[in-house]
Each structure stands twice: as C-alpha cells, then as structure tokens.
Write a protein that binds this ligand. Structure first.
Ligand code: HMG
Ligand code: MG
Length: 314
C-alpha cells in the first residue's frame, strides 16, 4: 500500500449524515424544530450512526440554526449514535457542551476570501480561535472533527492549490481533530482534481483520518466519492435527498445524496449498516415536508418502481 494510513481492503464505511445541518442551514423558509427532530429520528431508524444535528453559530448569520438549544435537548438518544454540531469558536463550543454535545466540528477554509465571508476572519485567525476549543475539548472529553472548505475551488478565488488544502488539513489534524473532512463547498471537483488534492493532503494526514464532503453543484459528487473510496477514504459526509447549500457560497447546491452514496457503496461490496429502503422513505418524507421533489434520482426511481408494483398488485 503506497498511501500512508489507507486500508483499501477495509469494506466498512462511515457515513456522516449532514442533512439536518448542512442540508437545512440554507433553507429560505423557517423549518420547524419538530420537523428537524423527526428527520433526525428517521435517519437514525434508517441506520445512520453519525448525524450532524445543528450548529452553534451566530443566529444573526445563520437564522435557520437558531433552535440549536431545543434540538440538542430533544435529540433521540440511542446507544451507538453520535451527534456532532458545528462550533466556530469557544463561545459556540461552550454553548454546545452546556447543551450536551459530546462531539463538535470546527471549520476552516483553504481560501482566505471564503474564510472571511464565512466566519469573518483569516485562515490563521480561525486556527488561533480553534486552539482554545481543542484545549477545552480535551479537558471535557469532547471529540473534535475539523472541516476544510474550498478544497478544490473557491467561489471568490477560483481554483485552490492542493498544497494549501494540505497545509490547513495538517494544522487541524495536529491540533487534535480525529478526522479532517475535506469540503468541495461549491462542487467543482472532478475525480482527477479530487485525487490530486487527496494526494497532497495524504502526505500530511493519514488517509484513515480523512473524510470526503462533496457538494453536487456540477453533478460530480458521486463520482468524487467513488474516486475517493478507491483512493482509500472510508468516511463520507452526505445529506439525505441531497439537501443543502452553503449560505456563503452563492449558487452552490446540496451535498451528495446519502441514498446515492449508500447505493454506490453497497454496489462496491462496502458495508454501511444503512437500510436503503428506509433511507428512501426518509428522503421522500423530508422532500414532502419541504414541499419539493426528492433531489436524488435514485429516490425518484425507487418511488416510481414502488408505485408501479402497487398499481400492478391491485
Ligand atoms: P463575528 O461577528 O466575527 O463574531 O462572527 P464576534 O466574535 O465579533 O461576535 C459578534 C456577535 O456574534 C456577538 O454578539 C457575539 O456574542 C456573537 P452581539 O454582541 O453582536 O450580540 N457570537 C456568537 N453567537 C452565537 N454563537 C457563536 C457566536 N460567536 C460570536 N458561536 C461567527 C463570527 C463565526 C460567529 C460568524 O461569522 C458566524 O456565525 N458565521 C456563520 C458560519 C456558518 O455557519 N457557515 C455555514 C457553515 S460552514 C459550511 O457550510 C461549510 C461546510 O459544510 C464544509 C463545506 O461544504 O465546505 C462545513
Ligand atoms: Mg458543506
């Protein structure tokens, strides 16, 4: 094996469901707390074991996540299920821990301009803000995940050099992130540019500590998951029904749909522990709750097939 930390024979894949956070943070209409909680409950029933539930950011910046306290209080607790929340600074971390969080995620970027627009500080300042978060997390026994945004391209700066991604990833890893999630925030990556980026990052962070977080703006996200899986990654972020978008990346669409990732991975013989039928139900349910068609072709096809069978059985 040539890439440090990669175990390409390992068939177990961890899926981090980010729909309740990344999927809903950009919704224009308020989404009821009860709807978010029912979504989380259904995801857990479908077999998701890691769910990013909400974020402790400024409600002035991201009003959709302002109900984070209520969400945390009413999360369906189940052994083996971990909930993570975004925390941009110590204030967010302290609020999250007071609300019961056992896992948080800090988020940096490989682009200076995106960092300014997203969290109002430079990349170096963001790392300085995270340092006390990691210290406090260590004291409190809280796990920290690190995100890097704009790993291939930035909505303001254009293409991003893989070395810049590797640099920020290494800093987050050295601070104590158990995993660094690599965000193609605006979904411009292709398997070739994603693998170039992974090659650079894997020189600084072992592959087993990397996750792929791919948005689907250009329709390449599932191909990028496949290429990353072949590269050796065994952790992927996705959003049921492909919900989402980033409020500070105009025009960027949602994450790769969880059901598409599960279908791809099961087709490759990988194990996710997720029940695809229940996931499709959840995708259909949340799409109806938000008043739109499911964002995943797979879900639309499975629903059409079910309808045909029901019709034929009459
Ligand atoms: P700031 O204005 O620079 O912060 O915002 P500040 O420290 O100067 O404080 C200003 C005000 O915000 C104060 O309140 C603070 O108390 C408050 P005021 O005195 O004006 O009433 N404040 C907070 N309130 C609640 N929670 C906090 C917090 N911190 C300060 N944690 C800040 C800095 C980071 C807070 C702001 O820029 C922010 O909230 N940004 C939102 C970032 C965000 O949520 N972006 C979307 C998620 S990232 C993403 O989607 C990408 C990802 O999916 C990966 C990918 O796809 O690439 C992860
Ligand atoms: Mg994202």
């Amino acid at each position: 094996m040539s890439i440090e930390g990669a175990d390409v024979d390992n068939k177990a894949v961890r899926i981090v469901e980010v729909g309740p956070r990344d999927g809903l943070q950009n919704e224009k209409q308020p989404v009821a707390t009860q709807t978010k909680l029912e979504l989380i409950e259904r995801l857990v029933q479908a077999g998701l074991r890691v769910v990013e539930a909400t974020s402790f950011v400024s409600p002035k910046w991201v009003p959709q996540m302002a109900d984070h306290g209520d969400i945390m209080q009413r999360l369906p607790l189940q052994p083996g299920v971990a909930y993570s929340v975004l925390t941009p600074n110590l204030k967010g971390f302290e609020a999250a821990v007071a609300a019961g969080a056992k896992e948080v995620a800090v988020f940096a970027a490989a682009s200076e301009t995106f960092s300014q627009r997203n969290i109002n500080c430079s990349v170096a300042e963001s790392i300085a803000r995270f340092r006390p978060v990691f210290d406090a997390a260590r004291r409190e026994g809280v796990r920290v995940r690190g995100y890097v945004s704009c790993v291939v391209g930035c909505p303001y700066e254009g293409p991003i050099a893989p070395e810049r991604v590797a640099d920020v990833s290494a800093q987050l890893y050295e601070l104590g992130s158990y995993e660094v999630s690599l965000g193609d925030t605006i979904g411009v990556g292709t398997p070739a540019s994603i693998v170039r980026m992974l090659d650079a990052v894997a020189r600084r962070v072992p592959v087993r500590h990397l996750a792929g977080h791919y948005h689907d703006t250009y329709g390449m996200a599932i191909a990028n998951v496949h290429a990353s899986y072949e590269f050796g990654l065994r952790s992927f972020d996705s959003s049921v029904s492909g919900l989402g978008g980033c409020p500070y990346a105009k025009g960027a669409s949602g994450n790769v749909a969880t059901e598409d990732v599960v279908y791809l991975l099961h087709g490759l013989g990988a194990q996710t522990g997720i029940d695809l039928d229940l996931l499709v139900d959840t995708s259909a349910w949340v799409s109806a709750a938000l008043g739109r068609e499911p964002g995943s072709k797979l879900t639309r096809a499975m629903l059409a097939r079910r309808a045909m069978h029901t019709e034929a059985g009459r």
